[in-house]
Design a protein around this ligand. Sequence first.
Ligand code: URA
Length: 244
Amino acid sequence: MERLQKVIAHAGIASRRKAEELIKQGKVTVNGKVITELGVKVSSKDKIEVNGIKIEQEEPVYYLLYKPRGVVSTVNDDKNRKTVIDLFPNVESRIYPVGRLDYDTSGLLLMTNDGEFANLITHPKYQIDKTYVAKVKGIPTREDLKKLQRGVKLEDGLTEPAQVKFLSGDRKKGTAIIEITIHEGKNRQVRRMFEHIGYPVMKLKRERLAFLTLQGLNAGEHRPLTPHEIKRLLALANNGSANL
Ligand code: URA
């Protein structure tokens, strides 16, 4: 048995707080009866409707995917490109990506059917670190990289301070490999940050999210998160003391 607001949040309809509001406003029924108190517990057999629409109750599932390049991080694609869902042919739950990686970016992507978990992990307030390795055109100087560390002004605002590490440079090819850790999730943020300092990204991979890595997986493969990993992620988001 779970609390009604939690079940609604898990179904991805609303955050837990919004679910509580919906209940108080009389928008939620359980087995046809309007419920306006918050303490009510329900089981997977109960029929729950929000604004007259039945919610699907599924066991929550959590996966870590090594997304390859050339795959979109959406459930459907209007251009008929391969999606991350196509990489889960044996999973029946209605999973979706937690945040997104660009079509051309590879790396670590979480997938779940738990809307509340997805909201927590992607909310900028919780500052979950994401580490990328970028191959860039040109060899940035220490000063250039300092700009990224301090934050750069993109069209949608200033980026927050980032951790940046120069990993290697190839003078002959005129390319460099840089590691960058950010906790925001602006659209195409890493590509735009490097673009801003004059070093376009040629290749981008997300190597880590908080304490999670791609270890043991090849591109296109996934594994379930362990109960301990799920707990740790939720603890990070809940107390904001991220990335231990
Ligand atoms: N930053 C980007 O530019 N692209 C991604 O896919 C993720 C972060």
